[in-house]
Design a protein around this ligand. Structure first.
Ligand SMILES: NC(=O)c1ccc[n+]([C@@H]2O[C@H](COP(=O)([O-])OP(=O)(O)OC[C@H]3O[C@@H](n4cnc5c(N)ncnc54)[C@H](O)[C@@H]3O)[C@@H](O)[C@H]2O)c1
Length: 293
């Protein structure tokens, strides 16, 4: 959990559905200060226009700055003006869905592949480099990944970038450890955000999660669980964790394939728990009976 009075730069705000927004709110709830970033001035206007759920006071209270992570001077300028910080959330990704996410990996749109890599992976190194100067007493850098050890349909070049991002996290953790700066990734399951909606057949991915995840996975509400994990990784209770990819995905990546009908999470816990307890009791009684005979 983050300490009251600590300051974090939370990058990747698009609307109130963004993972960055959920994580920033958690930091604020714990008494931390948040400097949000959007990609451009236009994006700030879009954020305000598309957030009717926020009051004018809430909007005015947010410290929102601009930073296109592919423009080094903007990243430098951002961190020149933050003052001392305790950490950064890099919650940024983009791949042109028309060329980089589709039925086949092959595309001749090499510039799109480069752009996706620059935004979704390499930018973490740029951000970390300039943020380091501001973390005089050490700190924590967290990025967002998606299961990259196996291939999912249509996720194509984004999957490649997430694998590269996790490798970059390990390399940065190695480099920055001596300055007491930790670098980690959180691998989240599918969540309904603007970035996710641009993935063709996102609904299929969400359905796959329901079939694989031993814990129930909700593409809307579990954003909060991901935000909780982000706050844990930013704060002092994760001080010996670095270079890692922490899975906050309901366990989907650690089980082999689709769950059996009998393994699926209960829809209603108390009723099903009672039934399960009853079944266990009956099995025990049957066992005892067979021993007595
Ligand atoms: N939503 C999911 O299912 C899911 C699951 C696992 C990981 N993630 C990852 O979480 C991160 C955040 O995505 P999200 O789901 O909150 O969606 P989102 O669309 O709300 O956030 C993506 C952000 O990236 C920003 N961005 C894109 N190009 C940029 C650039 N050049 N400079 C600065 N910012 C730029 C966008 O403006 C946006 O704010 C991404 O890395 C995404 O891959 C998402």
């Amino acid at each position: 959990m983050v300490e009251p009075g600590s300051t974090f730069v939370v990058m990747g705000l698009l609307n109130t559905d963004s993972i960055a927004y959920a994580a920033g709110k958690m930091v604020e709830e714990m008494g931390g200060k948040v400097i949000y970033t959007v990609q451009s001035e236009r994006m700030k206007r879009i954020f305000f226009d598309r957030s009717p759920d926020l009051t004018d006071e809430e909007k005015a209270a947010m410290d929102i700055r601009y930073c296109d992570v592919t423009v080094e001077s903007e990243v430098r300028e951002l961190f020149e003006n933050t003052g001392p910080i305790n950490g950064v959330l890099h919650s940024i990704g983009f791949a042109n869905p028309k060329t980089c996410l589709g039925e086949q990996m092959y595309t001749d749109a090499v510039e799109d592949i480069k752009q996706a890599f620059h935004i979704s992976c390499a930018s973490l190194a740029t951000v970390s480099h300039f943020a380091l100067e501001r973390m005089e007493k050490g700190g924590s850098i967290v990025t967002l990944s998606f299961e990259s050890q196996v291939a999912f349909p249509y996720y194509n070049w984004m999957g490649v970038n997430k694998a590269a991002l996790e490798a970059l996290v390990r390399a940065l953790a190695r480099e920055y450890g001596r300055e007491h700066v930790r670098v980690n990734a959180i691998s989240a399951g599918p969540l309904a955000t603007k970035a996710a909606k641009s993935i063709p057949h996102f609904a299929h991915l969400a359905k796959t999660w329901r079939q694989m995840s031993p814990l129930p996975w909700d593409v809307v509400n579990d954003k909060q669980e991901v935000a909780n994990a982000v706050v844990f990784m930013l704060g002092k209770y994760s001080k010996k964790i670095t270079g890692q990819t922490i899975y906050v995905d309901g366990g989907a990546n650690h089980v082999g394939g689709v769950l059996l009908r009998t393994e699926k999470p209960f829809k209603s816990m108390p009723a099903r728990k009672k039934k399960l307890a009853q079944e266990r009791l009956e099995r025990m009684r049957a066992l005892q009976k067979s021993h007595q005979q």
